[in-house]
Write a protein that binds this ligand. Structure first.
Ligand SMILES: [Zn+2]
Length: 328
């Protein structure tokens, strides 16, 4: 099951909702997913369409309970993908579609020979429970959320710019910064940041999904930290290798131009060890000496070797005291 479907099935199982909220959620669905056609006997026939089976059941139960109407349900399976089905709930004016419109506060508006559904009045900011329910309905009607493992993206689709404006207005009550784009003739209002999406899931009451998303965010954060540490260690390793390459070059120069046997025994010992073990750290080299020597002691001797080679080459005096540059 996709993350989107699991969020939706969680929302469809919410219990103990107040009547005002159920009707507000239905208002969102009727407005966003409903269509009206004039009935021969007067009034309008209303059809609600959804692709989510759990949501279709929720709409059916809610309309039956709060409006006393029994919608006629048709399922249309897509011929290409047998998995996809469209659920249509149909209510004629004779069966009481007018009650649904009245209770949800949706009106049918005639526009150039077409019939559009529109809310009679906008939801008030003060009716917090119903604002949340409306957004929940909008998510169930035309929303989707990406798998947080992949990306943070939540969107609500709608048919008209008025619907998109209203969704942005309602999300704005909770400080959610949404944007709308037009995609394939639909208005897509979306949220991008993980934090915004967590807040939205909280608003619509998807608390289980919210926890799942937070877990993913924590794990992702930890993974990023581990990557940072690994990158940092790789950088240090690079420094160690560069220092070793320079030391070996200088020791070979001394061997060719001065002779290692001309060096004091303590320097000759470390020079030979460095040639033999090019990839060891200073600490590890020090442990191979008898008696063992600490990191700074080894560093001191290798720097002396650097200086001997540079002096012989007649290198710039500024480089005489440069450090080996090795990190821990
Ligand atoms: Zn309410």
């Amino acid at each position: 099951m996709s993350f989107s479907s699991s969020v939706k099935s969680e929302l469809c199982r919410l219990e103990n909702m107040d009547e005002c909220c159920v009707l507000s959620e239905l208002a969102a669905v009727v407005w966003l997913n409903g269509a009206a056609a004039p009935a021969p006997a007067g009034g309008f026939n209303i059809r609600i369409t959804t692709e989510n089976a759990a949501f279709a059941r929720w709409i059916y139960r809610s309309i039956r309970k709060y409006c006393g109407i029994i919608p006629e349900v048709t399922i249309r399976k897509s011929t290409k993908l047998k998995k996809h089905a469209t659920y249509m709930l149909f209510m004629t004016s004779a069966s009481g579609s007018g009650i649904l419109l009245e209770k949800t506060g949706i009106a049918v508006v005639a526009e150039g020979g077409r019939y559009e559904l529109a809310p009679v009045r906008k939801i008030d900011r003060e009716q917090a429970c119903c604002v949340k329910a409306f957004l929940r309905g909008a998510f169930l009607a035309g929303g989707s959320i990406s798998d947080p493992e992949k990306t943070y993206h939540l969107e609500l689709t709608s048919r008209t710019s008025e619907q998109a404006d209203e969704l942005r207005r309602l999300m704005g009550f909770y400080g959610l910064n949404s944007r709308t784009i037009i995609r394939k003739g639909s208005y897509v209002t979306y949220l991008k940041e993980g934090e915004n999406i967590v807040d939205f899931l909280n608003v619509i009451g998807a608390h289980k999904a919210l926890l799942e998303l937070e877990n993913v965010r924590i794990l992702k954060g930890m993974r990023n930290n581990v990557n940072r540490i690994v990158n940092c260690e790789t950088a240090n390793l690079g420094k160690t290798v560069n220092a070793s390459v320079r030391q070996v070059e200088n020791i070979l120069y001394i061997a060719d131009n001065i002779g290692l046997d001309k060096l004091p025994p303590s320097l000759r010992e470390i020079a030979e060890l460095r040639l033999e073990h090019k990839d060891l750290s200073l600490t590890e080299l020090g442990q191979m000496l008898n008696p063992p020597l600490g990191k700074s002691g080894v560093n001191h001797r290798l720097r002396k070797l650097d200086r001997i080679a540079e002096k012989h080459r007649g290198g710039p005096p500024g480089q005489k005291d440069r450090k080996t540059g090795e990190a821990d």
